[in-house]
Ligand binder design. Structure first.
Ligand code: F6R
Length: 366
């Protein structure tokens, strides 16, 4: 049932090229310049007239929501707020019938997310679900939705759910951008074509597995790690840190790289591994200077870079390459090495990768 892999998590990491393809199959018609999603088409007015989109989710799904915030605002020019479902539901939020709420949940059973949906519905908002499990409670409680079609995710640490959620949300953002006329035709078409290239680029990112295993060997005994990224890759830093925490029990924190100087830089010494996402597009020069700051304080730098990178290679202790893509699609690639890294470190530490302590696959308690 693990398809020849030692663990579900590894199998699910390797399934991502196919899972992403399954997510856009029948929806993304690049040659016709079309994105077909019934849940959006049938409710287009709701999205077009929305004052804003509120995204609610927990854990990894919340990280996918953060990536979506960047893409919705950047490409579709729609204001977005992303909230932990557990905070949203208890803070008497201002919601009206002009709001669209998107709830993201792999399992479709997360209690806090479900409660946030109920609250938003009571206040008259239109509620859209992005779930993986077909027929799940959240998929039934929402007004409309789009499934991720990632297939069953058994490993407790979420992997392919994350990349397929980002895929669905990118499709929605592109579709709305086209409807609103805020994205040039040529850019829109380039996006559709590039989305179709993503599965083979994920495949290429997976080829670094052996190198990542060697990096894991070096840092497996760390007690603390930092993960840094900017822009679209800030949520990837958060997700990288969460993956490491939950399966290897190493304390890890994700930060926007520029926040370092406001506190966390005090933590840097020769014992601190710092994982930095430093891909070519998106504030590259700024990230390079952040890397210099860490290096001058003797931190160990493991950088995720674009294939062919020169500048970061000079500075970092280890570099892991991912193929080049549009800035807004980089999270689909940069997250791959971080997933593999957590997997190998957890394994080397003798942890139960698929069933980490204290965690459950669906969190149906509040
Ligand atoms: C992380 C993880 C959790 C879930 C969170 C939300 O690897 O598994 O953080 O992402 O509990 O779960 P869903 O997406 O099912 O609502």
């Amino acid at each position: 049932e693990k398809g020849g892999y030692d663990h579900f998590m590894l199998k699910e990491i390797y399934e991502q090229p196919r899972a992403i393809q399954d997510t856009y199959r029948g929806r993304l018609l690049a040659d016709q310049g079309l994105i077909k999603m019934a849940g959006i088409d049938d409710n287009l007015e709701k999205f077009m007239n929305a004052n804003r989109i509120i995204i609610v989710a927990c854990g990894t799904s919340w990280h996918a929501g953060l990536v979506a915030e960047y893409i919705f605002e950047d490409i579709a020019r729609i204001p977005v707020e992303v909230e932990y479902a557990s905070e949203f539901r208890y803070r008497n939020p201002v919601i009206t019938d002009k709001d669209v709420l998107i709830a993201i949940s792999q399992s479709g059973e997360t209690a806090d997310t479900l409660a946030a949906i109920k609250l938003a519905k009571e206040k008259g908002a239109f509620v859209f679900g992005v779930c993986n499990v077909v027929g799940s409670t959240i998929s039934r409680e929402t007004d409309a939705g789009a499934y991720t079609h990632a297939g069953p995710e058994i490993g407790v640490a979420s992997t392919k759910a994350f990349t397929t959620q980002i895929t669905v949300l990118s499709l929605i953002a592109l579709k709305l951008a086209k409807e609103k006329g805020v994205l040039s035709k040529s850019k829109y078409h380039e996006f559709l074509t590039e989305l179709e290239n993503i599965p083979s680029k994920v495949e290429r990112a997976l080829l670094s597995n052996e190198l990542i295993e060697k990096v894991a060997e070096v840092y497996k005994d760390a007690t603390n790690c930092l993960y840094l990224g900017r822009g679209y890759n800030f949520p990837v830093a958060l997700e990288g840190a969460l993956k490491l925490k939950e399966i290897s029990y190493i304390h890890a924190e994700g930060y926007p790289a520029a926040e370092m100087k406001h506190g966390p830089i005090a933590l840097i010494d020769e014992h601190m591994p710092v994982f930095v996402i430093a891909t070519k597009k998106g504030h590259y020069e700024k990230v390079v200077s952040n890397i210099q700051e860490i290096k001058s304080r003797k931190g160990k730098i493991i950088a995720i870079v674009t294939e062919g990178d020169e500048a970061v290679k000079e500075l970092a202790d280890h570099v892991i390459e991912v193929p080049e893509t549009f800035e807004s699609l980089t999270p689909l690639l940069t997250t791959i090495p971080l997933q593999l890294l957590s997997y190998h470190i957890a394994l080397m530490r003798g942890c139960n990768v698929d069933q980490p302590r204290n965690l459950a696959k669906s969190v149906t308690v509040e």
